[in-house]
Design a protein around this ligand. Sequence first.
Ligand code: SF4
Length: 510
Amino acid sequence: MPDILLTTLNAKYIHAAFGLRYLLANLGELKARAGIAEFDINQRPLDVAEQILARNPRIIGFGVYIWNVTQTTEVISAIKRVRPEIIIILGGPEVSHETSGQRIVELADYVITGEADLKFAEVCARLLNPLEATSPLPKVIPADLPDFAKLALPYDLYTEDDIAHRIIYVEASRGCPFTCEFCLSSLEVPVRQVPLPAFLEHLQRLLDRGVKQFKFVDRTFNLNVNVSKAILEFFLARYQPGHFFHFEMIPDRLPETLHESIAAFPPGALQFEVGVQTFNEEVGGLIKRRQNYDRLEDNFRFLRTNTGVHIHADLIVGLPGESVESFAAGFNRLIGLGPQEIQVGILKRLRGTPIVRHDLDWQMIYNPHPPYEILQNKLIDFATMQKLRRFARYWDMVGNSGNFVATTPLIWEGDAPFEAFMRWSEWLHGKTRRTDSIALLRLMELMFEFLTVEKRLDARAVAEALWSDYKRGGRHDKPGFMKDYLTEDVIKSESRSKASLPKRQARHLV
Ligand code: SF4
């Protein structure tokens, strides 16, 4: 039974908790007295509390994030009622700012704010040896920024089970030099780079253990071009079919020195998450996110024309100064650049971010409950924001899922993409009254109806597009509603995804 239990509720089972592994790796002499227990937010809080208490820890460290703060509060509340003597320490972005008044903070004994990799060990040592302490610990303990060179890297803590079933997160740098006001990484946290030789040694060990898919959590992977190039070339030299590497990029910085390495990867092996956020320069100025749109467009064109990179581009709805028309223009411009996926994110008011300075001028009203999404602002009323929220959800289901690669563009054939997709979105909502999930066949049938009846497209062309999308997922049964429109030639034609890549990305490839 460990004295110290590190725990968190992940958003999904496949998300291995990277932060907990960093804390464990850096516990020094206490490492042997500590363990990790991971849960996910779909488990019942009382069951989670029961499993934690069964390990009988003296100290519990909770990782608290926007996606788990509600459930974690319930877990801690139960633990404190049943075993009040157990010491609860919180950490993570959700409790690193604006701590006062938070229910979860009231329930806990201590909160470590900021990067707690080394501070957690220090606090645990004090708590486990109270006689050596000269003064009591404050409840809220700020962590100094750790020097990367002094941190033990956590990669050997990934188990065989993690490697077989979960996303493996890695990190070459922390911090971001940019100042986008909606983002926690903008809070004057300097960029620090992990010592590259040690990092590459760990990557090699992970490759040797069979890791095929790596997700880099660096906020701006392409900031230090020499490091980015070294890492890309490291992977390129070791590339095997099925390898997949995810990086977050700033879109207007892709120097020529990186072009050759990026282009050398086979299609689908690299995924770049590219934060565009807004195409409106005035909005960009308001939120202190300035980008060079010409360079951004050149980089998109290079990636789409000369490389096999899968681009996941981000846009945000609800930024101060961004009207529906301005967002629509940005969305249409982005569609023209051809990324495989567009994440339409609804603005969140993250604790500690300076976006709050616009609350008054732009009448920003946020949901007080996590994930603190915008409800309305001066330019977009609540009803319209709800439409945009549905748009985002359906876009994910249709445009991003890879299930409708051939059919999605038919939605805006002859029209502007945003306006046409909004029409489909509202029609679909009128038919289903739900945005959580719609079975694939039902969604196909509804899309067939919309495209042929509402949009009056040729039924045979629509059926062929839907059929090629359907087969891409490896399915062969003919959905009844389109049997009459498919000829034998169309039915027999091949269209299969690359099974070794992540499913969604593989579907986009064909
Ligand atoms: S949005 Fe991206 S570029 Fe802007 S501060 Fe955050 S991490 Fe940095």
